[in-house]
Design a binder for this molecule. Structure first.
Ligand SMILES: [Zn+2]
Length: 233
């Protein structure tokens, strides 16, 4: 009987703290930005997990060459390791978001740790750039019951995405990244790609696919904007 009560309680806690809020935030909540309005041919490129000392400068070169602005969801401890790259992201006109301090899964964090982790990330970014970031996206896009509340308490908008191309996986090819993004792109799309982490060398494939993605979408008449612009700020 005791075993039954324990198992039932564990399932209930998991549902209330992890599964239900995660489903709600990813699919239903009107306070989470999953895409922009479809009445303008605007698309937002977003990059998670950086900065990376090898890939992020190359990515910034590609974006500069194409005159494209994007939004970077940086990991706090990476930002502190490479503050000069964070400064360059800001200097070149891109938007900044928090992607947690050490990329821990939300389901493994207590409410207290969830808030502390996000606050630490905001403070890390503010200590380098002198201003608070405006966006939050949790690692793996996974929420717990307190993730969004913690973000809102810190004045952060919460962003998800509408297109991902599995660019962190070892088996994903450059062609797959290109085809996935191009076939799914619509007005208002938020594309998530990665400039750090994943399988060894994975961001190199993202960078290889990116110039063609930008060129093709530009030819289709899309304009690249930051999440601030897509939101209408
Ligand atoms: Zn991530």
């Amino acid at each position: 009987m005791l075993m039954f009560i324990c198992i039932t309680a564990a399932i209930a806690i998991f549902a209330v703290y992890c599964f239900i809020p995660n489903y709600w935030m990813r699919n239903r909540s009107k306070r989470v930005m999953r895409c922009g309005q479809a009445n303008k041919p605007w698309i937002a490129l977003t990059f998670d997990d950086g900065p990376n000392p090898i890939y992020t400068p190359k990515l910034l070169d590609i974006l500069k060459e194409a005159n494209v602005k994007a939004t970077f969801f940086v990991v706090g401890q990476q930002a502190l390791k490479y503050p000069h790259i964070l400064s360059r992201i800001h200097r070149e006109g891109h938007s900044m978001g928090c992607h947690s301090f050490s990329h821990r899964h939300a389901w493994l964090m207590s409410p207290w740790h969830t808030f502390k982790d996000l606050k630490l990330t905001c403070q890390a970014i503010e200590s380098i750039l002198g201003y608070k970031p405006r966006w939050y996206r949790p690692p793996w896009g996974m929420f717990n019951l307190c993730s969004a509340t913690a973000a809102w308490r810190l004045g952060l908008n919460v962003a998800y995405w509408s297109i991902e191309a599995q660019d962190w996986e070892a088996k994903t090819t450059v062609q797959h990244i290109y085809d996935t993004v191009i076939s799914r792109a619509r007005s208002g799309s938020i594309i998530v790609l990665h400039d750090n982490g994943g399988a060894p060398g994975a961001p190199a494939k993202t960078l290889e696919a990116l110039p063609s993605i930008i060129n093709t979408l530009k030819k289709k008449g899309y304009k690249f904007v930051t999440l601030d612009q897509l939101k209408g700020d």
